[in-house]
Design a binder for this molecule. Structure first.
Ligand code: PLP
Length: 358
């Protein structure tokens, strides 16, 4: 298998792919794959319910939270969130940390009034200090992007927002580390990094959050439609949800989120150490206090060297190490399913390249 450092869709655990392969023709003796049964069948309903339970369990959430399965990616959530929560007289408050936060804000502006609670400094890849965050009294919510996939920055702790709902786009770091998820009123994530393949978007929210949602929201864009119908109002992305089910079981088998976090920190420590001890040959892009354990962004001193490095990496079976088209440079995405061995192979390659080009 390739050393897969893709930013998304991203690596899936080999064991999960093998289990899916085993079950693709005949799911648990029913003579069909799970893709071929009705979403109202008892077989699929068991997958649907179990996947929700697993996620609530892994997030260590108390009673009162529900898991919803939606489509349209996290990008649809940028709009759906304000449609449901940004009611008249309220303002959607956002922490501006990079490209993904910016996209969320742009969509909210189409729906209602927005506010910037804090912002990263121009040209610096970092997460603002929590003490800088100012939330207006009439905020419908405070929105944070827990991990900026492109910049390679990640919140190390989250703000206390009192009675104002805290909302997060966790697309690129959900289940990467233990957090106090009960701080959040709503978490959303496209599945295709830490949870499974693309096609399903996860929303985890407090059940009572949508009591004041405007009545004019179209049915499929209303959270309460999914809540009331156990995410079975219409045909859900059955196969993606089944894959999320397998991934969540895999996380449990690893020892849960705490064990996955330990592995993620070991993986990224390995890489950051090589960057930091390269005498300036490599340079991490994110400010040290904001570094992500999911996306390691870094650079070489010239574009020429970066091209050469990428060519060598490709030759050696590495994929996905180019930076996002908007920032360039290099990025290694080290999501949960990326094995330690891939990160070790990467640092060996980084060492070799420095030895031959430094
Ligand atoms: N938010 C973050 C933090 C992301 O990394 C991405 C995709 O990379 C998105 C949102 C967009 O997700 P989707 O492609 O599911 O709309």
């Amino acid at each position: 298998r390739a050393y897969n450092f893709n930013a998304g869709p991203a690596a899936l655990p080999l064991e999960v792919l093998q289990k899916a392969q085993e079950e693709i023709v005949d799911f648990k003796g029913i003579g069909m794959s799970i893709m071929e049964v009705s979403h109202r069948s008892k077989e699929y309903e068991a997958v649907n319910d179990e996947t929700q339970q697993l996620l609530l369990e892994l997030l260590e959430l108390p009673a009162g939270y529900k898991v919803l399965f939606l489509q349209g990616g996290a990008s649809t959530q940028f709009a759906m969130l304000p449609m449901n929560l940004l009611t008249a007289g309220k303002v959607g408050s956002y922490v501006m940390t990079g490209s993904w936060a910016e996209k969320a804000i742009q969509e909210a502006k189409l729906i209602g009034e927005t506010h910037i609670a804090a912002s990263s400094k121009e040209g610096v890849l970092h997460i603002p200090a929590l003490s800088e965050i100012e939330i207006p009294e009439n905020a419908a919510y405070l929105h944070v992007t827990s991990n900026e996939t492109i910049a390679g920055t990640q919140y190390q702790e989250f703000p206390d927002t009192g009675s104002i709902p805290l909302v997060s786009d966790m697309s690129s770091d959900i289940l990467s580390r233990r957090i106090d998820a009960s701080k959040f009123s709503l978490i959303y994530a496209g599945a295709q990094k830490n949870l499974g393949p693309s096609g399903v978007t996860i929303v985890v929210a407090k059940e009572d959050l949508f009591n004041n949602a405007p009545k004019t929201i179209p049915t499929m864009l209303r959270y309460s439609t999914y809540l009331k119908n156990n995410s079975l109002y219409n045909t859900p992305p059955v196969y993606s949800i089944y894959m999320v089910n397998l991934v969540l079981k895999w996380v449990k088998e690893q020892g849960g989120v705490a064990a996955v976090e330990k592995a993620n920190r070991e993986k990224t420590d390995l890489i950051y150490n090589v960057l930091d001890n390269s005498g300036g040959f490599y340079e991490g892009l994110a400010q040290k206090d904001s570094r992500s354990i999911m996306n390691v962004t870094f650079k070489l001193q010239t574009e020429e060297l970066e091209k050469e490095f990428l060519a060598l990496a490709k030759k050696n079976g590495f994929v996905g190490l180019g930076g996002h088209r908007s920032v360039g440079h290099l990025r290694a995405s080290t999501y949960n399913a990326v094995p330690y061995a891939s990160c070790k192979a990467l640092v060996d390659l980084l060492d070799e390249f420095k030895r031959t080009h430094g």
